[in-house]
Design a binder for this molecule. Sequence first.
Ligand SMILES: NC(=O)c1ccc[n+]([C@@H]2O[C@H](COP(=O)([O-])OP(=O)(O)OC[C@H]3O[C@@H](n4cnc5c(N)ncnc54)[C@H](O)[C@@H]3O)[C@@H](O)[C@H]2O)c1
Length: 381
Amino acid sequence: MTTVTIAANGVTGRMGRNQHLRRSLLAIREQGGVALADGRWIVPELILIGRDADRVRRLAEETGVARWSTDRDAVLSDPAVDVYFDATATASRADGVRAAIGAGKAVYCEKPLAPTAGEAAELAKLAEAAGVKTGIVADKLFLPGLRKLRRALDSGFFGRVLSVRCDFGYWVFEGQVEPSQRPSWNYRAEDGGGIVLDMFPHWQYVLEDLFGPIMSVLCHAVTHLPERVDEAGAAYAGTADDAAYALFALEGGTVASFTSSWATRVRRDELVEFHVDGTLGSAVAGLRSCHLQPRAATPRPTWNPDVPNPIDFRATWVDAPAIEPDENGFKLQWEAFLRHVAADEPFPHTLAQGARGALLADLALRSSAERRWIDVPAADA
Ligand SMILES: NC(=O)c1ccc[n+]([C@@H]2O[C@H](COP(=O)([O-])OP(=O)(O)OC[C@H]3O[C@@H](n4cnc5c(N)ncnc54)[C@H](O)[C@@H]3O)[C@@H](O)[C@H]2O)c1
């Protein structure tokens, strides 16, 4: 058995507690660890870090984790700590990641890596210079729906991919009547909020991992709902963008058009859907499902608004079957990262990728401010 000791910061928050602590790290411990090909098991040991002693202690008690602390730097100075994990709010990530790299720890963190592209690039460079292993969340790629989409791509199902249309979003309550279901800092630019900074790092790895390098971006970011009410019931100004309407031009000619909105009401099957059209087939992938329509089964619509539409379009798609058992996407990525740390297995989602995600967000916001297309430099430029 190999133990990997993880100092986990920000785990009293929404993502840290639910996705990372409960559904990933504790679930991995419950299953006995992560199995390696040579028969060894990697078992994560945890130290919980947070600012509020009461909350961290309560969380440690609830989850049966023996060690917790409010002193991040003291934990980082412990030579037994292998990995620093950060799921704190976006604005505080860079500070923790920089301290962990300085202490020579491997780093795994939530996206975005930092609120600005400059800071994110600096962290990626620091990690590379220090020679520490790094990872950043790319959870969407590990979801069942996108894994089925990747299988369709790998099997040549689409022919030439013409376009990718993404519809992401749902209504996030403003807080005046119903409480908001997301933290208020998400809606304040000064606290690292904004849908572009939140979602475009996801769009970077989804597009570039599945469809190819992004060459340029055109974005219109807006704040549809500037008045919100926070967790304490106090009114505040929504200073950050809560919707973004973007086009991406990819190498090879694929055009991606992405709507991201916290001010839209859902009438689709999932909270995010990717509609891919290719010369030989199309797909609509969500978080869990992926529907396919090959060229030879494409219906032949004709435009005639004078009669009811004769085709049941939804019925003309095939539901892609699950091949692997469904697993939590965050947990799968944690397992891959633990194998990377303990057994040197390759892991592509490094802080360099995180820096590129932050760069895309930065360029999209610049495009919006300057009302023009912006070129995205090549990854190795
Ligand atoms: N991968 C995904 O799908 C996904 C989804 C939502 C959020 N996120 C990311 O996860 C991170 C956390 O988001 P959340 O929704 O859980 O937020 P949250 O507000 O619920 O939790 C944030 C956590 O950080 C702590 N924190 C806040 N400010 C801090 C500071 N200055 N120093 C130290 N700790 C601080 C809080 O106490 C809390 O534990 C964000 O960066 C967000 O972008 C990722």
